[in-house]
Each structure stands twice: as C-alpha cells, then as structure tokens.
Design a protein around this ligand. Structure first.
Ligand SMILES: NC(=O)c1ccc[n+]([C@@H]2O[C@H](COP(=O)([O-])OP(=O)(O)OC[C@H]3O[C@@H](n4cnc5c(N)ncnc54)[C@H](O)[C@@H]3O)[C@@H](O)[C@H]2O)c1
Length: 255
C-alpha cells in the first residue's frame, strides 16, 4: 500500500503511539483522519500536522461517531487503511483481594468494552468502508490493530487488560482470513514498554526500572518505533494475519 496521496484513519491519534503514527503518515506524504475522544488533544495534533490532517471526535465503542470519522476521510479520496491505537490501560485488579473477595465484574467489563469491543467496532466499520475501494495492485487496503505483550505475558492484576489484548491478537488471523476475499490485510502490533502518556503516569524510578529490564536496546520504546512498524505493515503487501511483538525482546515477569 502506497502511503503517498492516500488517506488513513488513526484512532487514538491525539496521543502516544497514535500521534506518532499520524505524524509519520503525513511525513510520508499521506493524509490522516485523527479519531480520538472529544476530550483529547486531537484538534491540537491535527493543527500541528497541517492541511493533511483532520480531527474528528470519536468514541471507538460508538458506531455513529466512528462512521463520521470514516465520512471525513472521503472528500480526499478513498480511505486506504486504518491504524487502531485507541485504547486504555487495565484496572490492575487481582481476581481476589486480600480478604478473598472476588474482583468486581464491572471493572473487567469496562476494560473489555474499550479495548476489545472498541477494536472490533473499529475493525468492522473501517473494513466495510475500505471494501468499497477499487483495488490497487490487487489490494483494497490494510488495517493495523494494537495488542500488547500482555497478550502473551500478562502480569499480576492484568486479567482484564490481558484478556482484551489476547483477544485482539486472536482475532488478527481470523480478520485476515475473513477479509482476504475483499483484499484487505490485517496485522497487529504487540508493543512492549513504550514511552507515552500511558506510561508517563508511573513514577520515574519505576519507568527507569522498566527500561533496564529490556534486553536490547535498554530503553523504553519510542512512539516512532511503533509508527515505523505500523507504516511497514501498511506498506508491505505480503504482511498479513500476523501479530508482531515490538518489545526489545522483553518478556514480562509475573509482577
Ligand atoms: N504505551 C505502552 O507502553 C503500551 C504498551 C502496550 C500496548 N499499548 C497499547 O497501545 C495503544 C496506545 O497506547 P498509548 O501508549 O499511545 O496510550 P495514550 O494514552 O497515549 O493514547 C491512547 C489514546 O486513545 C484514546 N482513547 C482512549 N479511549 C478511547 C475511546 N473510547 N475512543 C477513542 N479514543 C480513545 C485516548 O484519548 C488517547 O488519545 C493502547 O491500545 C495501549 O493499550 C501501549
């Protein structure tokens, strides 16, 4: 998929991994629709990126606002792909508390609602729109989803987050198979520890400790590392149905 002159939707594009991806697409000569919450910095990000970027307030769990974001892509030509970065952290709740009480089911549901149902909503609606395109070099478009290494090595207190991200990994191959007949590729990136506002909430000594645990390179991932991979997966016409760990070879310890 050629990025130049083509339009892509980036969910969560107001911050962190999504912001870096939207920026990289514009730098590569493409156009972006930044789909993020109305309360996000999406407007500021779009202004920074200039005419090639548009911000649309979207809740990824909501069909109507997501459809408005897809519509916003249309005036500039067909939507050729989507990078789905919008998501939230987990609830950090153990299955049993110290007194043996079970965790609240609603807390688990809330994480799944955004990270899994939101992903499926974005996937199905973006795919339906991209499927209308005329094929270019045999393909209609490409979609990149975002899981986490927690999909594979979830830590204590991460049942909800791990369930949501393992499910995103799980649907990747199914989505690639489902959408093969319409010429849409689907891949997922499973980031390790990335230096974004999501991680900035942690104390700096904890962040330094996390960086030291990465085998090589001994640093947190930069949002541009993610963007480079997202663009590679959009561009590479043979990449399909794969979850790529992007993590400096880290394997998370139990806690
Ligand atoms: N930062 C990391 O270390 C890391 C590691 C593994 C996975 N991830 C995943 O990467 C993705 C991006 O994370 P990030 O670090 O850039 O986080 P971030 O908090 O910087 O950005 C997330 C963006 O998603 C948006 N968002 C949240 N809920 C939304 C909703 N319902 N509708 C629309 N937008 C919504 C937020 O407004 C925000 O702009 C997330 O799915 C996260 O789980 C991040």
């Amino acid at each position: 998929m050629n990025l130049q002159e083509n339009t892509f939707l980036v969910t969560g594009g107001a911050s962190g991994l999504g912001d870096a991806t939207a920026t990289a697409i514009v730098e590569a000569g493409g156009r972006v629709v930044i789909a993020d919450l109305a309360t996000s910095d999406g407007e500021t990000t779009a202004k920074r990126l200039g005419d090639a970027a548009t911000f649309v307030p979207v809740d990824i769990t909501d069909e109507e606002s997501f459809t408005a974001a897809l519509d916003a892509a249309e005036p500039h030509g067909p939507l050729r792909g989507a990078v789905h970065c919008a998501g939230r952290g987990g609830d950090r709740v153990r299955i049993l508390d110290r007194d043996g009480n079970p965790a609240a089911l609603q807390s688990f549901r809330d994480v799944l609602e955004v990270n899994l149902f939101g992903t499926y909503n974005a996937l199905r609606l973006a795919a339906a729109r991209i499927a209308r395109n005329e094929p270019v070099d045999g393909e209609r478009g490409a979609i990149v989803l975002t899981a986490s290494v927690a999909a594979f090595d979830g830590q204590i207190g991460q049942t909800s987050y791990t369930a949501s991200k393992a499910a995103v990994h799980g649907i990747t191959l199914v989505a690639a198979r489902d959408l093969a007949s319409v010429g849409i590729r689907v891949n997922t990136i499973a980031p390790g520890l990335f230096d974004t506002p999501m991680l900035a909430r942690l104390r700096s000594d904890i962040r330094e400790g996390l960086a030291a645990g990465v085998p090589f390179p001994k640093r947190l991932g930069s949002p541009t590392d993610y963007a480079d991979m997202a663009l590679a997966l959009l561009r590479n016409s043979y990449a399909n149905g794969e979850t790529v760990r992007l993590d400096g070879a880290i394997r998370m310890a139990p806690r």
